[in-house]
Design a protein around this ligand. Sequence first.
Ligand SMILES: NC(=O)c1ccc[n+]([C@@H]2O[C@H](COP(=O)([O-])OP(=O)(O)OC[C@H]3O[C@@H](n4cnc5c(N)ncnc54)[C@H](O)[C@@H]3O)[C@@H](O)[C@H]2O)c1
Length: 358
Amino acid sequence: MAQMYRINADRLRAAVRYLVSGFGSQEREIELVTENLVQANLTGHDSHGVGMLPRYAEAFLEGGLKANAHIATKMDSGAMLSLDGQAGFGQVIGHEAMELGISRAKEHGSCVMALGNSHHLCRIGAWAEMAVAQNLISIHFVNAYSRPIVAPFGGGDARFGTNPFSVGIPVAGKEPILLDFATSVIAQGKTRVAHNKREQLPPGMLIDDKGHPTTDPIYGVKPPYGALCTFGGHKGFGLALVCELLGGALAGGLTTSTPADGKKRILNGMLTIIIDPAKLSDMSLFGGEMNAFIDWVKASPPAPGIDHVRVAGEPEREYRAERLANGVPVDENTWQDMLTAAQKLGVDAAEVRRLAGI
Ligand SMILES: NC(=O)c1ccc[n+]([C@@H]2O[C@H](COP(=O)([O-])OP(=O)(O)OC[C@H]3O[C@@H](n4cnc5c(N)ncnc54)[C@H](O)[C@@H]3O)[C@@H](O)[C@H]2O)c1
């Protein structure tokens, strides 16, 4: 078990801001990248938090991730948008795309937005949160273009990425529903987190390089690679397939049937549907029925070992409250990888450490 630091969120922000300056990013990019990564840690998704920076640094140094890039519009018919992310930081590209999509959904009642060629869009729930904050519903189908790491149901090797899916629904008088998950049984970054912590994975998540079940996260981290399984067998595979076809072929124009070049960049394609519920429904009826249903499912007697039923978005809020109070856990291996990345980017690693208070 690797040593674990608990870093105050503001100190972590300060350290990450300084590290991200090594990409040559402008102030707004530094802020968007930092906040997005720290929020991923705060919401409990360490696989998509500050530990992504070493991978981003490698992608940047190889030329696969571009600093200070912005969205470019390819097609625009008002409520339908096709955008290119120009391999820019997903934290900036996703933010700009959602700002535009949200403004169009407010104008037209809905917006269908295809975004291709963005570098890693990270925690997809962050984009649903932007829509929900404006009382809009948003649905996201995403493909991940990099080295294939997930096996199809019934298959014995990796053929596609962890293809996340997310839905955000604002709920009057309650916290929003925020469904956000990888279609692999776990996000790929969780194999890195487990490997860095020197932990085994539960059975049923991974196959080795021969296609046999394994619990050793190394098969997700270093060659010879195995593959992650999809969640829920053929059902997760079906959703992953749809994410690849809509997020990849339709929005991104790129699926993993074209082999990745072995480089470190992660490109995401995302098909987003943003809906203004006020244009579809009587909002008091909609709100009342949602509240009634959420109360109804949450009143189910808890299963053994569970304190209460949670709905999507609730665990992330619980994590955020706990981590804001007690600090963000960062394991020693991840932290060392971040310091190495800082050095590669020409940033003073000792200053990163000092800012984090470690
Ligand atoms: N950009 C990319 O290419 C990419 C790829 C894969 C995953 N991701 C991101 O990785 C993150 C982690 O994905 P994951 O699959 O590990 O998430 P996960 O398995 O932790 O599932 C998260 C979802 O399940 C809900 N949930 C969790 N515990 C629950 C409980 N006890 N009861 C009810 N609901 C519960 C959460 O609220 C959330 O909606 C996501 O933010 C995802 O967008 C990104």
